[in-house]
Design a protein around this ligand. Structure first.
Ligand code: IMP
Ligand code: MG
Length: 186
């Protein structure tokens, strides 16, 4: 395996950790005494969810929803497919959808509308990153870790061709560049 030596780090592990601690505090404060269920969107949100929930001191539940919209393209394919349905009953619950990034809004717009069908008390959105681009679907994120310009990023849950999700930092990929250590698929 080729070793990864990343240069274009946008957010370090420390910066990510510090921001998430603040986000956990804000969410916990807003949802005090409520029946909170986090619904994390697979797979990009997994690292974020794991770090976000660690700081909670109140009881909460979390679940996963699986959707695909991106494929191997750097730009959204525009179609959202449900790949894994939630398994917790969210009727009457306060739901917070957790995702890695809000980009075109297609994914989170679709997920929010889908979850409404189960009769939750409320549905809000929490993302680690928000791209400052024009949304295709109008979606508002209620909690945002960092706002970023329209660049392609990877690491800390976000993939480049299904790899690099495990990186503890977020790096930027320039147009036409491939990540250091990338293996070219046949
Ligand atoms: P949207 O549906 O266009 O808002 O895209 C949301 C999904 O696209 C995210 O959950 C990510 O999985 C993926 N995505 C958007 N921007 C990036 C990026 O810069 N790098 C990697 N994945 C991205
Ligand atoms: Mg995703």
């Amino acid at each position: 395996m080729n070793k990864i030596e990343i240069e274009n780090v946008l957010f370090s592990p420390e910066e990510i950790r510090d921001r998430i601690v603040q986000m956990t505090g804000a969410i916990e404060n807003d949802y005090r005494h409520q029946d909170l269920v986090l619904v994390a969107v697979l797979k990009g949100s997994v690292l974020f969810l794991a770090d976000l929930v660690r700081g909670f001191s109140c009881p909460l539940a979390f679940d996963f929803i699986g959707v695909s919209s991106y494929g191997y393209s750097r730009t959204s394919l525009g179609v959202v497919n449900l790949e894994k349905e939630i398994s917790i009953n969210i009727r009457g619950k306060d739901v917070l959808v957790v995702d890695d990034i809000l980009d075109s809004g297609r994914t989170l717009g679709w997920v929010k509308e889908h979850l409404q069908k189960f009769g939750p008390r409320s549905v809000k959105i929490c993302v680690l990153l928000e791209k400052e681009v024009e949304r295709v679907i109008e979606v508002k994120a209620d909690y945002v870790g960092f706002k970023i310009p329209n660049v392609f990023i990877y690491g800390y849950g976000l993939d480049y061709r299904d790899r690099y999700r495990h990186l503890p930092y977020i790096a930027k990929l320039e147009e036409g560049e491939v990540p250091p250590g990338d293996i070219v698929d046949e």
